[in-house]
Design a protein around this ligand. Structure first.
Ligand SMILES: NC(=O)c1ccc[n+]([C@@H]2O[C@H](COP(=O)([O-])OP(=O)(O)OC[C@H]3O[C@@H](n4cnc5c(N)ncnc54)[C@H](O)[C@@H]3O)[C@@H](O)[C@H]2O)c1
Length: 336
């Protein structure tokens, strides 16, 4: 069976997901495209999805009987309305992160999905589908005893001028926030942020680097260095210290070269290359569940918890050194 997918938001990632659904993955076709910028939708139609109908209004695409499932890849501020429309239509929906730009917005989605009574939403936390993180999780679950500490880093060579301090949480750390909950099967109870000496490569509105300290319900302590002007590359590090051993996220595969009295390996510079394979796996998983009229992978609840945890981290940035508690409501049975 081939399911018919509509894409709302045909910018960079919407275009890329449409291409992967039509050209790389199996079991689905793009039949609808919508964007507030009609030119963008038309360009995606002509370049990667010639069979798709263009809809001027996202909600009309979602309601259309030529669309079985929906990808929401618009700007973050417009995710909530489309995800709610997909739930109202009873259609499986893949939503890029963030699920919503506020915790209240994410809660409205959780409530709507719980009221619907069946999972329909998958959130685009693709690191859970990355081969390296999956290998790491297997080792953490079975080889090193109970995890005690996580040391991690999220480094970008540079960021655009408009990137400011809270974006280090909402746009960058958000991936660690989700993937560590999954890796450790745990939730956060507090967040703290401290700022080391600032790099001379940053500007007044961006404190860089920063160190985010998270504590989990099981008592695991996590330190994440977020350094978005590190100059040298896009580098994701994660080391889990367990009571019987230490496990580290594998480095991306790259040739080791000996040349001119140096021993070296290239480091990626573009974030788009780091998890590119995981996008294929996450969307194939979405298609497999959507065929059955449901969703799997990261849930609305995960999106909601990520939003609550992010808000605490931003509050911690605003009061450096202060420990900000994180408390979560009871998890609905739908997400057990
Ligand atoms: N998981 C990941 O690694 C990853 C990577 C990139 C982007 N994203 C997320 O995907 C989303 C899109 O990012 P992008 O890089 O493609 O941005 P983009 O700016 O390239 O594209 C966003 C598109 O949404 C359209 N849009 C804005 N408001 C809309 C509305 N109300 N209705 C319909 N369309 C609307 C814009 O016209 C634009 O074409 C963001 O939420 C971003 O955080 C996730």
């Amino acid at each position: 069976m081939t399911i018919r997918i509509g894409v709302v938001g045909t910018g960079a990632i919407g275009r890329d997901h449409a291409r992967r659904i039509n050209d790389v993955l199996t079991g689905a076709r793009i039949t609808g495209l919508s964007d507030v910028n009609l030119q963008s939708a038309k360009a995606v139609k002509s370049d990667v999805a010639p069979d798709a109908e263009i809809f001027a209004v996202g909600e009309e695409l979602i309601a259309s009987d030529t669309v079985d499932a929906v990808l929401v890849t618009s700007w973050g501020g417009a995710h909530e309305q489309y995800v709610l429309a997909a739930i109202a239509a009873g259609k499986p929906c893949f939503c890029e992160k963030p699920l919503a730009t506020t915790a209240e917005g994410a809660k409205r989605i959780v409530d709507a999905e719980v009221a619907h009574g069946k999972r329909l939403v998958q959130v685009g936390f693709m690191r859970r589908y990355d081969a390296g993180y999956r290998m790491l999780k297997k080792v953490v679950d079975s080889e090193i005893g109970q995890p005690l500490i996580v040391h991690a880093a999220h480094r970008n060579p540079s960021v655009p001028e408009q990137y400011v301090t809270p974006m280090a949480i909402h746009d960058t750390l958000i991936h660690e926030i989700d993937v560590f909950r999954w890796l450790l099967d745990d939730d956060y109870v507090s967040a703290q942020v401290v700022f080391p000496r600032a790099s001379s490569h940053t500007h007044a509105k961006l404190k860089d680097p920063q160190i985010v300290l998270l504590e989990t319900a099981k008592g695991i302590r996590i330190d994440v260095e977020v350094f978005v002007n590190c100059q040298y590359g896009y580098d994701i590090q994660c080391q889990v210290v367990g009571e019987e051993g230490i496990a580290s996220l594998p480095e991306p595969m790259s040739v080791v070269m000996r040349k001119e009295a140096q021993l070296g390996q290239a480091i990626l510079t573009d974030w788009k290359d780091r998890f590119v394979a995981s996008y294929d796996v996450e969307l194939q998983d979405f298609i497999a569940a959507a065929v059955k009229g449901t969703a799997s992978g990261p849930t609305s609840w995960d999106g909601y918890v990520a939003a609550i945890s992010s808000d605490a981290c931003v509050a911690a940035q605003e009061a450096p050194g202060r420990i900000v508690p994180i408390s979560l409501p009871a998890r609905p049975a739908l997400y057990a």
